[in-house]
Write a protein of this length. Structure first.
Length: 119
């Protein structure tokens, strides 16, 4: 089962994914600096993530730990995007991404390497 997280919840999760387990107060400090949120906003979002089983809280100190790996969320979000916007076709997504930006030779080679690994 995949946890569906909203953009604001993903910001909270991103702090935990980057920094590892932290007290809620530290998460709030980081998000105040990065996004401008007050402590109450961050605590509300942490509690929402806890209800979704994305964050575990331990005491003392309201220590927060991500229960959902970033890769699992990325995979679920990518699948949702492919299904919703590209009719379930990953190649349409890939073509759209490639058509939007001029890629360097190095970026193109990395993409070739990825495709080769998948074959």
């Amino acid at each position: 089962m995949t946890v569906k997280l909203h953009d604001s919840e993903l910001k909270v999760m991103d702090v935990l994914w980057r920094e590892g387990p932290l007290p809620a107060r530290r998460v709030a400090e980081v998000l105040e600096r990065e996004v401008g949120w007050n402590v109450n906003t961050t605590y509300t979002l942490i509690k929402r993530c806890m209800k979704k089983s994305a964050i575990e809280r331990t005491d003392p100190g309201f220590q927060c730990r991500a229960l959902v790996p970033k890769e699992a969320v990325q995979e679920a979000e990518t699948d949702e995007l492919i299904n919703k916007i590209f009719d379930g076709s990953a190649d349409k997504l890939f073509a759209s991404l490639l058509g939007r930006k001029k890629l360097t030779a190095e970026q193109l080679q990395r993409l070739r390497d990825i495709v080769d690994e998948l074959e």
